[in-house]
Design a protein around this ligand. Structure first.
Ligand code: PHB
Length: 399
């Protein structure tokens, strides 16, 4: 891992000394640095484009948890900085530097899009910036590019696909066509599905792709109709998922070729998809109808605060704040105590609305994957698709 930003380190020491001497004058004890300055949290999220609603839900979820703690984590008040990453990998390196170099944030919470995430991960490694990934599943982040300062509270891209491949094979589907956007998230999701589906005796006949974030699906839907697989597996999310599910139904395919998906296909999208989504089966690490007191309270609080329904992205934002809170509590709010902070975060048991979760050695969540069915505008769990599924963390060595 490349070196620390010495300017940043110097500024922190100067700040700390200033706070400590001010406290000395008041006769107070040491941990005061932690209490006296605001912790800078930088959101790098999509606020425009096909993933805009996802970014907003993550930010909402994060702030909900902080507000439930009286506006503080580990005794520190929070100051927020935001950058709209537009889900645009070409702008990602510049955008992340705004948070690191210009705003000098203590921690980055971002992002949604796997391509943008790669640039954030690189910058976090180069600058030793603490990073919490609230969504993007790019396998490399907890694989070859894993690092002690990088944590993910969501999933890795192959996980929901691995879970759905198991389900599809068990349900007796023999052949499948896959369809997704041509970028890491789609490709890795399809990779997961294909691995377990084919291990279970199925065969992927064709992998269809559209460029991200295009939503011109017509020609490919015609191709699916002519191939006549026994099922289709899709990865889309946000605005693109709304359009795809509607187009699939409008093309008359829904009753002929069952549409299966990673849960993002129907999460946070159901109000806009209407009847086109009814009955769809997806796999994800969250479901709307988990009847634990934790989830019930979370959904109520979220609905009250934001006048909208919580979804998986809101959960991941909420859990990003929980993970940071666990780390900060262990160091009395002093985020400069890196080794202790990281040890506490790595060992965290998070009481998530999805259920209790822990992290794997590569800092990715170990969690159950639910099989969900869309019913009455909700993603309802109808069983477990995979228990305690860990991301294999291939290629991760924590330096
Ligand atoms: C990703 O790019 O990693 C991604 C985006 C949206 C999702 C899931 C994964 O819903």
């Amino acid at each position: 891992m490349a070196g620390i930003d010495h300017g940043q380190q110097r500024r922190r020491i100067v700040q700390a000394l200033g706070a400590a001497s001010a406290l000395g004058a008041l006769g107070a004890a040491a941990p005061a640095f932690a209490q006296s300055t605001k912790l800078k949290v930088g959101f790098m999220l999509p606020y425009t484009g096909t993933y805009a609603a996802l970014g907003r839900a993550i930010e909402n979820g994060f702030k909900l948890y902080v507000n439930e703690q009286g506006g503080k984590l580990g005794g520190r008040e929070i100051e927020y900085f935001t950058v709209d990453d537009e889900s645009e990998p070409a702008k990602a390196a510049d955008n992340v530097n705004k948070l690191i170099k210009r705003d000098n944030v203590d921690v980055i919470v971002g992002t949604v899009h796997s391509g943008v995430q790669m640039a954030i991960v690189k910058a976090a490694r180069d600058n030793n910036t603490l990073l919490i990934i609230p969504n993007a599943g790019v396998d490399e982040a907890t694989g070859p590019l894993c690092a002690p300062n990088i944590f993910r509270v969501s999933f890795s891209n192959s996980q929901p696909g691995l879970a759905m491949g198991i389900v599809a094979a068990l349900r007796g589907y023999k052949t499948a066509v896959t369809i997704t956007w041509k970028y890491a998230a789609g490709e890795q999701s399809i990779g997961g599905f294909k691995e377990t589906f084919e291990k279970g005796g199925g065969k992927v006949l064709k992998e269809l792709y559209v460029p991200f974030p295009n939503v011109e699906f017509q020609a490919l839907l015609t191709e699916i109709a002519s191939i006549k697989p026994t099922c289709t597996y899709a990865f889309f999310a946000g605005g693109g998922a709304v359009k795809f599910v509607k187009d699939y139904a409008a093309a008359g395919l829904k009753d002929k070729v069952p549409l299966l998906g990673a849960g993002f296909l129907t999460d946070g999208t159901l109000d806009a998809q209407g009847g086109a989504a009814d009955g769809l089966l997806t796999t994800l690490h969250y479901a709307d109808n988990l009847t634990t007191p934790r989830n019930t309270a979370f959904r109520l609080a979220y609905a009250k605060a934001y006048s909208s329904k919580a979804d998986v992205y809101a959960v991941q934002g909420y859990d990003s704040a929980q993970l940071l809170g666990i780390g900060l509590r262990a160091v009395g709010g002093d985020i400069g105590q890196r080794p202790l902070l990281i040890r506490a975060m790595a060992a965290a048991e998070i009481d998530s609305p999805r259920g209790k979760i822990t992290l794997s050695p590569s800092h990715n969540v170990v969690q159950d994957f639910y099989l969900r069915k869309v019913e009455n505008g909700e993603n309802k769990s109808i069983g477990l698709a995979a228990k305690s599924l860990a991301d294999p963390g291939r290629g991760c060595t924590m330096g």
